[in-house]
Design a protein around this ligand. Sequence first.
Ligand code: ATP
Length: 565
Amino acid sequence: MLVESGLDTFATNNEHIVQSSARFLIEYRQMEKRLQLDVPSLSDPVTRDLFQESDLFVRSFNGMTSLGLLSPFDFVSMLTLTSEIISHLYVIYTLTSDSTHIWILLFSVASAFLPFILPWFHTGRSHLDSLYTPQEAQAAEKQEKMRHLAHNDSHRPELLLFGLGPWILESWAHARKSLLGLEKPNIFRETAFLGQVSLNEIMVAVQHIPLVIMMQSSSATLGSFTLYRTSIQSLVYSIRNLINMARLAFQGIFLMGAFCCAMAYEPKLEPKKDIRIPYQPTKRGMKIEARNLSYTYPGGSEPTLKNISFKLEAGESLAIVGCNGSGKSTLAHILLRIFDFDGGELLINNVPIQRYEPFELHSHMSAVFQTFSKHNGTAKENIGVGYVGEMDSPSAIKKAAGLARATHIIDSMPDGLDTKLDASGFYSSPCFTPGTFSGFVGERSSYPYHGLSGGEWQRIAISRAFMRAKRPEVDLLVFDEPTSALDAHAQNDIFDTIDDVSRLPSGERVKTVIWITHRLTTARRADKIAMIENGVRDSFFILKRFACHNRPSHPHSFYIHPGSC
Ligand SMILES: Nc1ncnc2c1ncn2[C@@H]1O[C@H](COP(=O)(O)OP(=O)(O)OP(=O)(O)O)[C@@H](O)[C@H]1O
């Protein structure tokens, strides 16, 4: 007994280790692949579906009897069920001696199966189909979206401001009911109920009729009657289980297929091996040349950017100005290789940008996006993500914060760099009652998270960009309205720093700098100014010198303007 129990424990532990390791590996591969996905891949619905199905496989990977894994145990269960079916069939066969018995048998089997077959006719589709209808997929997506809105604290202020609660609840309930099959008309439900519950009982009663006839023959005993009855019920039960198991196995194989396809998926911006070349630095920054660049957002009918052409020598600075919606941020995303472009050419250091591996190219760039991220993490993490190699170096983080003039913000936080920041704005709002949470970083404070103003967040985002910007391998700095929430004095300081960071101590510029701004004062600091005019979707941009259009003269300014000129 002792040995048996010891062996059993050993086998269980071993099994647990094997299952956990396999599960971890699958989850790791999925996470790794998902993190490689670029924006164009993510905006492709087919890719999104593929990764969703692959996610489903990974989440269902629970080892034995899971949906995702066909374990030996599943095959053993299938074999057992098959052998059970054969033995029940044999028992029934031995009890069936003449043609009357055969008819009784057929009648009994048909009536036992009827309750399971009828619902298929009610819905007009197979059980398998019912798992994948587009309406249900839509309902599932909506349900998840609403659940996310309700659970994610970062949406709470807008949720309250716009009174979205009832709408979210109603939409969620609608989607949920539809998924649970509670939204069918009453008549249909009653029919289905009759079909599944009462019909079962009716059929059990009906099955007794031929058996009673059988009892009247002299050879039938009460024992054979019971055996016959039990065998038919067991036969139906085993067949049903086998079908369910086969269905799960089929789904498992289908989802496993999706997982394998996802693992082989190459992100859209990834260059093919035969054209890929390593980034060639110029020592003076990044040389950029755009020739007739065009871009249309997925699903858009009109191009947001059309025929953009310009040239920026390594080490030059360019300010892009223009009205709202003219495409400035879109252009920045293309230059940063976040988006692809539909037409034209973009050369980086005289090489088409498509030939560079995006991960490598990005290591030579730093940026502040207009809609920068706010992480629900510590100040250290929020700044450190700019260059994770120095995330654990307080001095590097403080230096970057110093460049962004954010030192005083960090000094005023309760736990300095270890203060958890409130990305959602929820915990710093007056509606939040302190003291209801415990165990957060910085328990000295009664608030779990520390709130920041818009300008302070912007300085954190600029610090993040400076974590990487000052590094020698970085050749391009892009700032999309980096100081929109800062006062004029702070704005000047930041632009002085941008200028310093882009130069060697000797004063030589070694980084190309592009910034987007609505302020003429900051635009004038650049070597060149590009202006996007009438840029909403139907623009036709061409880079020209201001002087050609009687614009304020600046020796190195350009004018991006609609229409050929
Ligand atoms: N994800 C998107 N899908 C579809 N259209 C988009 C998307 N993002 C932006 N647009 C559209 O592209 C156009 C250009 O937007 P973009 O953000 O580049 O303008 P912008 O010049 O940076 O504006 P702003 O000065 O207000 O920041 C806008 O008309 C906008 O509606």
